[in-house]
Design a protein around this ligand. Sequence first.
Ligand SMILES: [Zn+2]
Length: 577
Amino acid sequence: MRATRMYFPTLREVPTEAEMDNHKLLLRGGFIRKVSSGIYDYLPLGYKVIKKIENILREELDKQGALEILMPALVTADLYKETGRWDLDVLFKLKDRKDAEYAIGFTHEEIVTDIIRKDVKSYKELPINLYQIQTKGRDEQRPRGGLLRTREFIMMDAYSFDKDWEGLDISYDKMYKAFARTFERCGISAKAVSADSGAIGGKDNQEFMLITDQGEDTIVVCPKCGYAANNEKCEVGERHKSPKEDPKDLELVPTPNAKTIEQVASFLKISPKKLVKTLIFKGKKGVYAFLIGGDRELNESKAARVVGEKSVKPADFDIVEKVTGAPVGFAGPVGKLQVDKVIADNDIKNMINFVVGGNKEDHHYINVNLNKDFTPDAFEDIVIARKGDGCAFCDGTLTEEKGMEVGHIFKLGTVYSEGMDAKFLDDDGKEKPFIMGCYGMGVSRMPASIVESSHDKDGIIWPISIAPFEAVVTLVNQNDEKQCQFATRLYEELTLAGVDVLLDEREERPGVKFKDADLWGIPIQIVVGKGVSENIVEICLRRDKIKENINIEKATEYVLKKKRMLLNELNEKANKY
Ligand SMILES: [Zn+2]
């Protein structure tokens, strides 16, 4: 490609709308443009990167036996209504001229299950694994980070259908391999961590996380046994033990104007660790009290799971007043508490003489003790894991890292097939629901993740596999005949040799061209300048900028060698899977 025929509107100034480096660089380099909140144009350079990522992904998925399809982006409401997902607030909904309802697909479990239930009747036809690469819509509350969290995005979603759980394990492992290899080939070192299944539901699942300080997710890791999980999911092992002391007598004490944990602790002159929060939550089936340490946060997913609800949310003021007999802020488990279940975090088991709300305005109970003053219905792990907690699988101590989600794979099981009555006839003559897995990769967020983890002050450093161009030939002086001749010759030779090369022959100052080549992050840079008088061109890699003078006769061969080396580095990492 000749730069004079290319469209790449670069910006010298850092756009004010962008906070994260990847967003700034993708805007500055002319890869993307914002259309409206969370909605972007992919310009030629940006779309080239995306297409290269898609092609690597296709190769890896096809290798694992997955089959590419394309489902509609416009999904009829009936399908989402079958599983209750029509009510999710992330859906973009619309009506046609006959008032029929639709949503823009945000993930396609229902649609693909509908395909399979219509035509697949026998175990003999299984397993089947279908995938698509498609634009999706999600009405995100807070789009951010440029391409990282958008309202319209390109996603690869795959769905496996097996006759039994063993089959699902095999399908899942194949997809794990396809994902891990794709990330490595795209230059992303992603860590697979256990994750919460959130709104999709299901059993085991793992997120692929790019570890970076800029990540929006917290990953909790055990350095000892290697356990890694999203903090939303992370199981917490043995906690800190309270020092031994003798149980004292329960006492209701006034705590005027003390509402927050800090205020109560400072009023009572005790450590916040002595306080137990009683949180009143509501689900579809009932109202619950969750007891957690004053310095901890409730993990709503864990909490919902232990009470058998899909989700729970804080109860409204009137419900809190009704079940505790006091205004919000004074709930406690001692005495009258009209809830369906009282669940205490495992931490509470070890506590002695602690403080809880008094179920009375401006009052707290002090010297509360288990079994003597109240007994919860159960002790469970219901808090968000954090640094310093014990590992649930060994005697290690958990640490935290920041990560960016780039993929997510689930063992769905029968959540959708049962919900949508999708069954097949097994070899024992019985009808059974399909055992499903689903696998998602955020294709359009991958360039953002890659740039975030691979850039310097001058611009992007693309891995060669997905760079918008593998090499750039920069013509220093477009009015110098010999330089023109050399640059054109190299450009043609490289193109013939299969290198995706850009010839920068624009009427620009050399400084501008060099700056752009760095900003665009093209991995192999060839400069055709004054050296031509001695048949020399200058070649360097974007990542280290170590320049080598190469004879024009050997230049193509040299570039090919560098290209193979860069690709091999990525492939070697992928081949570990
Ligand atoms: Zn461990």
